[in-house]
Design a protein around this ligand. Structure first.
Ligand SMILES: O=C(O)CCC(=O)C(=O)O
Length: 197
């Protein structure tokens, strides 16, 4: 089952509607308990963040726990990518919010080699461009547009939160042992913050 909006966005056309249905069934079953977690309360109580809604009732998932297993076969455990809620692969993708998007994750467990979070001064304009970057990375293990770009590398400690503009190219370095985070995304909506993952 596709549990993040990013996975649903990448659905093949014949699976898009089923994956959207599964995603909202899942998010609406787990959001009530997720809202009570300290992680989600933090955004709600400090920013007034509410779950992003699709239509009148369906809430997008609030957050996910991510685990990056020990990995040895490429430079990054999470390949360079960006996250943009309007980047559906299918032209029928229904969420057309072309806005800045904030990513926020807390590091729970760092990997033994302190794999870092890397961000390049490269923005991605469309799903097509992002797909081209992904193919280039799969073939060559690098992305030419990022090669000479300014970049930032951070190695947060356990319990530290990293907040970033997810429309910029970013990645997680190769992890020698499992790395765990909890993360979410935020966009501005109607003068407040809407949260989703
Ligand atoms: O959870 C992480 O460590 C990385 C976060 C990330 O790359 C993302 O949210 O897109």
């Amino acid at each position: 089952m596709k549990q993040t909006i990013g996975q649903v966005q990448r659905s093949a056309s014949d699976k898009l509607l089923q994956n959207i249905g599964d995603y909202f069934a899942y998010s609406n079953s787990v959001n009530p308990s997720m809202k009570k977690t300290r992680y989600c309360r933090f955004f709600n109580e400090n920013l007034g963040a509410v779950p992003l809604r699709f239509g009148e009732v369906a809430e997008l998932l609030l957050a996910t726990k991510r685990e990056y297993p020990a990995f040895d076969s490429a430079p990054y455990s999470f390949a360079p990518h960006c996250d943009a809620i309007d980047f559906g692969r299918d032209p029928r993708w229904p969420i057309n919010l072309n806005k800045e998007q904030v990513g926020a994750f807390i590091l729970i467990q760092k990997s033994e080699n302190q794999a870092g979070f890397v961000m390049w001064d490269v923005t991605v304009k469309s799903r097509d461009e992002l797909d081209r970057f992904a193919s280039e990375y799969a073939e060559t293990q690098q992305i030419a547009a990022a090669k000479d770009a300014k970049f930032l590398r951070i190695t947060p400690g356990s319990g530290q939160m990293c907040i970033f503009n997810s429309r910029y190219l970013h990645a997680v370095e190769k992890c020698a042992s499992p790395r765990q985070t909890i993360g979410t995304f935020l966009i501005e909506q109607d003068g407040g913050w809407a949260q989703f993952n």
